[in-house]
Design a protein around this ligand. Structure first.
Ligand SMILES: Cc1cc2nc3c(=O)[nH]c(=O)nc-3n(C[C@H](O)[C@H](O)[C@H](O)COP(=O)(O)OP(=O)(O)OC[C@H]3O[C@@H](n4cnc5c(N)ncnc54)[C@H](O)[C@@H]3O)c2cc1C
Length: 489
């Protein structure tokens, strides 16, 4: 995919002159005088042990005469496979971010005569496998006034992990999670320590769940299997199926290793670089540095009861009436330990709820009674999730639950997303208004509004004393709602 030939072609664009003063705009044009020359790129390549790679749009192999070859067939076959995309340095999960100009795209196509534009795909990447690779890339970008992009998996909803004319720090391959045998004491701290797992920034949620599950422990990171634990997720909160029970991912961070913009490698925890530790836990991806290692507190694995439903209403009015009762039930479901996800579309509803720590399906089911009553009252037809099951089941561990219930997400040609947190007081005192609002904002293209019952709970109680830069509304808002619309072009 990334041949030496391609790197040489990019390097050949380089001029012989060097950097502009840092006060000027970033150098983003490989043909401009400010762009590093071949010898300078070679120096970076030598520093990072040959891990400087040329980056092409993921569908480049389908253009310019190559359509029909094996690489193009592979691309067309895998283009919506999220797990495939996280391993392509040029790929974003929402493909629109690769091509900001809709007239200059590089789409998977069988028509080899259409040109392939680089778009917002970075020009070159350091395929980092160590913190020193990350340092070298950051220092080099600073030296030559280059635009730097930082990517672990490319899930960013706003496209912030890719940029026109940039040098990418790609951390997907810094990914081995290690569950500690001994209790972990953050560097520079004292005390007994706690059970913990350390992950590189390429570790995805599913990889962490598997490593933890094998060791009989759990921590809530995210539901999305292919999202990185240590990139945008922990730096912006990290809600999960367990967050109401075990806190947001970022509230469980014990220590971060981070490379800052001056190229320094720092340890941030409650005993050193506390301001950075505070800022990184909520301040957002790519803002205060590149995280190269994350250590999270773990807990003994816990059982999970779960209820999965696909609901088809007899009429549109019945769906609206059922949904009103569903939202009315959220405060009591949350108080009974339920969490999870619901999807309300124009003519269907789906539910994937779980009750972490429940001792049995029956015990959990008893507290789901208001929903069963509403299903009957409004004549909703209840079907199973295709390929999974319908109704309530119990799993002995979180990992067992995760491996059955959470499937891989699909990548999307283009989506823009907005979200809101709904305070507990709204669910308790004004649920009907919340329900009618969510029904009103359903996109007309049929995309469901997605409700995440993942906030408040332990986030605002057991973990309230954790000092982080998180949006404080997470502490009091059980419901996080996401509306996704297609990209219009
Ligand atoms: C299908 C899907 C499922 C999702 N599921 C969940 C979920 O269950 N829970 C949840 O909380 N969120 C979820 N999200 C949102 C997700 O957490 C954010 O989009 C997050 O920013 C993705 O982080 P990433 O590092 O994997 O992606 P990237 O696109 O690689 O990076 C996102 C941002 O973080 C920066 N960044 C990447 N790596 C690093 C690093 N090592 N150090 C510093 N900055 C870095 C990037 O520059 C960018 O600004 C989901 C998103 C999608 C698309």
């Amino acid at each position: 995919m990334l041949s030496l030939l391609t790197i040489t072609a990019v390097l050949a664009l380089a001029s012989t002159t060097t950097a502009l003063p840092a006060s000027q705009c970033r150098c983003t044009d490989p043909t401009a005088a400010c762009w590093p020359n071949a010898a300078e790129w070679n120096r970076l390549n030598a520093t990072v042990g040959g891990k400087l790679i040329a980056v092409t749009p993921p569908a480049a192999s389908c253009h310019e005469g190559d359509a029909g070859d094996a690489a193009c067939a592979d691309e067309i076959h895998n283009q919506f496979d999220s797990a495939w995309r996280i391993n392509q340095p040029g790929a974003m999960q929402n493909m629109n971010w690769e091509s900001p100009n809709p007239l200059q795209t590089c789409l998977p196509t069988a028509n080899a005569t259409t040109p392939c534009f680089q778009g917002a795909v970075p020009v070159l990447a350091v395929n980092a496998t160590s913190a020193s690779d990350v340092q070298a890339a950051i220092v080099f970008a600073g030296e030559y006034n280059l635009r730097l992009s930082v990517r672990s998996t490319g899930h960013d909803y706003q496209g912030r992990s890719t940029a026109v004319g940039s040098l990418l720090v790609w951390v997907r391959h810094m990914d081995v999670p290690v569950v500690h045998d001994e209790k972990f004491v953050p560097e520079g701290c004292s005390g007994e320590g706690v059970t913990a797992v350390t992950a590189g920034p390429g570790t995805s949620n599913v990889e962490l769940v598997q490593a933890n599950g094998a060791a009989g422990v759990a921590v809530g990171t995210g539901a999305g299997t292919t999202v990185s634990v240590s990139g945008g997720l922990i730096t912006s909160g990290g809600h999960s199926p367990l967050s109401r029970k075990l806190g947001l991912a970022t509230q469980n961070v014990l220590e971060l290793e981070v490379v800052t913009a001056d190229g320094k490698l720092l340890i941030a925890n409650r005993c050193q670089n506390q301001d950075l530790f505070w800022a990184l836990r909520g301040g957002g991806g790519g803002t205060f540095g590149v995280v190269t290692r994350t250590t999270l507190r773990t807990y003994p694995s816990l059982p999970v009861a779960t209820t999965l439903l696909q609901l088809v209403p007899p009429t549109a009015a019945a769906l609206d009436a059922f949904f009103n009762d569903w939202v009315e039930a959220q405060a009591s479901l949350a108080a009974s330990g339920w969490a999870g996800y619901f999807y309300i579309g124009l003519n269907f509803m789906a539910v994937a709820y779980l009750n972490p720590g429940a001792e049995s399906a029956e015990a959990a089911n008893a507290t789901f009674a208001p929903v069963w009553a509403a299903i009957e009252k409004h004549g909703m037809n209840s079907h199973g999730f295709p390929g999974v099951f319908s109704g309530t089941r119990w799993f002995p561990t979180y990992q067992d639950w995760y491996s059955v219930v959470i499937g891989p997400p699909s990548a999307s040609p283009g989506a823009h997303v907005s979200s809101r947190l709904f305070d507990a007081s709204l669910l308790e005192n004004n649920a009907s208004a919340v329900a009618s609002t969510l029904l009103a904002v359903r996109p007309s293209n049929g995309n469901p509004v997605i409700g995440h019952l993942v906030g408040a709970g332990a986030i605002g109680s057991e973990f309230a004393a954790e000092e982080t830069s998180l949006n404080p509304a997470w502490r009091t808002s059980p419901l996080h709602v996401v509306v996704t619309n297609s990209w219009e072009d």
